[in-house]
Design a protein. Structure first.
Length: 321
């Protein structure tokens, strides 16, 4: 049987979640001869446990330089892919057994879709932050969306190259940039008929704050080379409006400038509370209002700081491994 699908997994760091990812691929409800798994590792070697998975399924491990971006690893994997379809996964997801069968059927049956992705579900005993992340990820289901995270993407090899591949100049935000390019070719479809667990999902708020600073570094760089739709503008403006507004509120309050303090309070707290209310609606009874407010109270400043740091250079975080 010829290879129809190539799973491409960029990897760097610990292998435990990568092995869980590959094991979930091995449980797919399709013939194993119909797909291959390509791991593009930025480690110097593979453990015996990882290499042994080659006895279970068609596994290749390609090594990439440590200083290359995740986009470079994905593009390198695509270069070696034998399949007509490409399945890009992060190295910390566990797919439902019907994942490949479902997304492939949707892509082939829907002539308007150029890329299909499956919904996220919570892990067992998920803490509030993971439930928040999952709820945000699933804000729109069984419909076309404007962009998708790179955790699980399924598309044809032809579409991948027509979209220009992943942007190797970006440290972060590369998935939003790439899926925006694909969206110019066809629709991005987010389905609830298959799912994944994000094994590496944020569990605690302080590491999340550090990671969002890291992610924010490519905000401005991701704007180059593409048209910016109006729906994206709030994601750039609101973090600065909330963060700057809070700072100015306290400064004007200290200097007894009551009128200005009121103005800055309204400019910062109204969008903060609006986003909190929307998040509470998405999470329902799973997460308290307090945790929803805490999330955005950390998220907005982190994004603003990251964007400013991105103008000067890059900042690494130990939480992103």
């Amino acid at each position: 049987m010829s290879i129809l699908t190539s799973f491409i997994i960029p990897h760097k760091g610990r292998e435990a979640m990568l092995i869980d990812t590959i094991n979930s691929i091995a449980k797919q409800t399709v013939f194993r001869d119909s797909y291959e798994v390509i791991v593009v590792s930025q480690n110097t070697s593979a453990s015996q446990r990882l290499s042994a998975l080659g006895e279970k399924l068609n596994l290749s491990i390609i090594y990439n330089a440590e200083n290359k971006t995740i986009s470079h690893s994905r593009n390198l994997g695509a270069k070696h892919a034998k399949g007509n379809f490409l399945a890009f996964l992060d190295a910390d997801v566990a797919l439902s057994p019907n994942w490949l069968e479902t997304v492939k059927a949707k892509l082939e049956s829907d002539g308007s879709s150029a890329l299909v992705s499956a919904m996220q579900i919570n892990s067992n005993d998920a803490p509030p932050l993971e439930r928040i992340r999952t709820a945000l990820s699933n804000a729109d289901l069984d419909t076309e969306v404007s962009f998708l995270p790179g955790r699980n993407l399924f598309l044809s090899k032809e579409t991948f190259y027509e979209a220009g591949q992943f942007p190797e100049h970006l440290l972060t935000c590369e998935d939003y940039y790439f899926t925006d390019k694909v969206n110019q070719i066809g629709n991005l479809y987010y389905t609830s008929k298959a799912h994944y667990v994000h094994l590496g999902e944020d569990k605690a708020f302080i590491p999340m704050w550090k990671k969002e600073i890291w992610r924010g570094q490519s905000n401005l760089a991701s704007l180059k080379g593409r048209d910016i739709p109006l729906r994206e503008l709030p994601s750039f403006i609101v973090p600065f409006a909330v963060t700057g507004g809070v700072i100015l509120f306290f400064l004007t309050l200290i200097f007894s400038q009551t009128a200005f303090a009121t103005l800055f309070a309204l400019g910062s707290f109204i969008p903060l509370l609006a986003y909190t209310a929307r998040l509470k609606k998405l999470t329902g009874k799973q997460v308290s209002v307090g945790y929803c407010l805490l999330f955005y109270s950390l998220y907005f400043p982190a994004r603003a700081i990251g964007t400013l740091l991105g103008v000067r250079g890059t900042v690494n975080t130990s939480s992103h491994k």
